[in-house]
Design a protein around this ligand. Sequence first.
Ligand SMILES: CC(C)(COP(=O)(O)OP(=O)(O)OC[C@H]1O[C@@H](n2cnc3c(N)ncnc32)[C@H](O)[C@@H]1OP(=O)(O)O)[C@@H](O)C(=O)NCCC(=O)NCCS
Length: 335
Amino acid sequence: MRIDQWDPADEKTTRACYEVQCAAQAADDPVAPPPSYGPFGMYLRYGYEQEPGEAWVGRDAGGAVVGYYRITLPDLENRDEARGGPVVHPAARRRGYGRELLRHAGGRAAARGRTRFSAGTTADGAGGAFAQALGARLDLEEMRRIQYLGDIAPGTIEALRASAARAAAGYSLVSWEGPIPERYLGPMAGVLNAFNDAPHGANEEPAHWDADRVRERTGIIVRAGLMRGHSVAAIHDSTGELAAFSEVLIDPESPRWGRQQLTAVLKAHRGRRLGLLVKTEMLALLAAAEPQLDRIETGNAADNSYMIAVNEQLGYRAVAPHWKFYEMPVAAALG
Ligand SMILES: CC(C)(COP(=O)(O)OP(=O)(O)OC[C@H]1O[C@@H](n2cnc3c(N)ncnc32)[C@H](O)[C@@H]1OP(=O)(O)O)[C@@H](O)C(=O)NCCC(=O)NCCS
């Protein structure tokens, strides 16, 4: 296998990596549509949160792209970590390419001073078997849940919203489409810091957000116009604090699917059904703004009981495959 660094200007190779990703997703996770090309290219270039990284492409003896990897190299916290495992085309698997790409990624991670290697994959398929064969440690498990909007009995959401609104007296709702408005950048940092309480990997350091980091490191795909973003927040009337937040993204190429992003309630405001309030408000907003939408997909750490309870009230149900996140020492990836 020949492994070369990915060149963002090389459209042909980007397309070939995208084809590998789509074929891999169809094989490993046929439930949800693959990412569309634009966001995939952004991911290769910038990762999910504009963290530095490297992308490398593997070709077989005939020059065909058979796999790739992107390692993300966090630069603010978790500077001992490299994130992101190999992806191999289903037609080229079990020939040792995955192991070779991982070894290469381990070499790059070591060269960039990293000692931990982590990657996520769909549970119970090739990725999990690969991670186990290489001796990686299961770090975190995330259930996938999908809310099929057509299956919700009429009146259910309205009744839940009314009960949430009673428990959440003293809060007002605001919403926006697209990037976070300038005035909410600071408050959103508080929301993202609140997410540090949600279950995370055993060695993961919490992220420390401020307004500048929110402006610079979030919403890149929405700002690029590649997905539509809908956000709802609850404001505490007496203090003006942004107390709860929820965001759903719509990929214009698979517009029936809503992709739930972060939902979080600040610690001081928990216990007032604000999670349910922002999520029911979101459903009302989406019914008007995205009438074609018929399902919303979310992922929750298996032990995030509060968020799971909210989702189950809203009719979400667990759908396989779910996701597993693995970690191994970089030294073991090299072996
Ligand atoms: C995981 C993945 C990269 C493996 O690629 P690959 O080229 O088939 O991997 P290799 O041929 O190097 O396999 C190495 C070992 O992993 C194990 N393995 C890999 N796939 C397996 C499977 N489907 N079932 C059982 N064991 C498997 C085997 O022990 C294998 O060694 P062997 O073939 O000598 O028995 C590929 O299946 C993939 O792209 N999956 C989707 C993305 C993903 O999950 N990436 C990994 C994140 S941890």
